[in-house]
Design a protein around this ligand. Structure first.
Ligand code: ATP
Ligand code: LTN
Length: 336
């Protein structure tokens, strides 16, 4: 009998801060959906990561659950994939400590996300914010991950995870799989609707900057109508037209139509008409997600069952890597 080749492994995660946005959907979740049956996937709500910025405990607890349910509402199948909270699988924090000792201050100081976030939160530049990419490397390396589907902003962190894995393997012999990034060609960086030179961020203080996955149709229409564009009137993807480029990217990514085809469709039409069409595409794409979300939220027992059994399996898989690492660095094995 021919043996079927083992499926390759995916790990990805989103931190439960703010509201899941269209940027997260296009940059990350949409690819998770496409890859979920071809790979063995672990999709985590990376709650440990979110503590690098101050959180209200009550709100964080609510948001963690809402994020996991939104993964499922977007179409992630819990029968085929592991869906869990990072803090339920203690190996993540443990491997992160070990990897901290194999990562250099200089490497971490070069991370642009660290530079951006420490400039934004001057009152709270904590050590976790600095070592955050090491925890991310641990998340990935624990599962012997082949592929990491993320938006373009995470490329630098992925490269660091690869460097840490390679360094460790070099010193101790083959221990970690060196993971590859999987970044979408269109939509790797969806921009803020209010400041289209900056990425759309789910913890933006101005809600007009982002579309939340759970925004209702009226809100979506209003936010898109208010989106900052330029003083021209041509719907063309061009340098300097950041706002229009962003709307074209959103439209293209959600409809899977090439940008050129969209430009032709809207030739001679004004920004107003184009904006309404973009909003309609977003509303239609999110409608089924929002309906499933409401259904799932009425079934909390089922959700609990999903994240509990996923975490158990994730622990068992990740423990294999952690034990190997503990042995390699020279710790005495536990007798039980
Ligand atoms: P925050 O603003 O709270 O730091 P974020 O919106 O950047 O959050 P993350 O949790 O850092 O979200 O990212 C989750 C996933 O979504 C990552 O794979 C990231 O690359 C992707 N992503 C985030 N923002 C965008 C964006 N604007 N365009 C495309 N992908 C994005
Ligand atoms: N750093 C990521 C979130 C994240 C992640 C991961 C993504 C934490 N651990 C592991 C992929 C794989 C971010 O989006 N800010």
């Amino acid at each position: 009998m021919e043996s079927t080749p083992r499926k390759k492994i995916i790990f990805s995660g989103i931190q439960p801060s703010g509201h899941l946005t269209l940027g997260n959907y296009i940059g990350a979740l949409k690819n998770w959906l496409q890859l979920q049956y071809e790979y063995r996937c672990c999709f985590a709500v990376v709650d440990l990561h979110s503590l690098t910025v101050r959180q209200d405990p009550k709100e964080l607890r609510r948001r963690c659950l809402e994020f996991l349910v939104q993964y499922m509402a977007c179409g992630i199948d819990p029968k085929e994939n592991l869906l869990f909270f990072q803090s339920h699988v203690h190996t993540h924090a443990e491997l992160a400590w070990i990897l901290n000792c194999f990562t250099y201050m200089g490497e971490l100081g070069r991370m642009t996300q660290y530079k951006d976030k420490s400039a934004k939160h001057k009152e709270n530049i904590n050590a976790g914010l600095f070592t955050y990419p090491v925890l991310m490397a641990a998340d990935i390396l624990l599962y012997q991950t082949d592929l990491v589907p993320v938006g373009g902003d995470q490329k630098q962190h992925l490269e660091l995870a690869r460097d840490i894995a390679t360094r460790f393997n070099h010193q101790f012999g083959n221990t970690f799989k060196v993971p590859e990034p999987y970044i979408p060609k269109v939509g790797a960086r969806i921009m803020s609707l209010q400041e289209p030179t900056k990425k759309m961020s789910k913890s933006d203080e101005n809600p007009n900057g982002y579309i939340a996955i759970l925004d209702n149709p009226d809100t979506i229409m209003k936010k898109i109508k208010r989106a900052v564009t330029d003083s021209g009137n041509e719907i063309k993807y061009k340098e300097g037209k950041d706002g229009i480029n962003n709307l074209l990217t959103i439209y293209s990514s959600l409809t899977e139509q090439p940008i050129q085809q969209i430009e032709e469709k809207f030739e001679g039409k004004g920004y107003g008409e184009f904006k309404v069409a973009v909003a309609e595409v977003i509303i239609e794409s999110l409608k089924p997600v929002q309906a499933r979300y409401q259904d799932l939220m009425n079934n909390k027992d089922y959700i609990e069952q999903v994240y509990t059994s996923s975490a158990e399996k994730a622990l068992s898989i990740s423990n294999r890597t952690l034990s190997k690492v503990y042995k390699k660095v020279g710790f005495i094995s536990k007798s039980v």
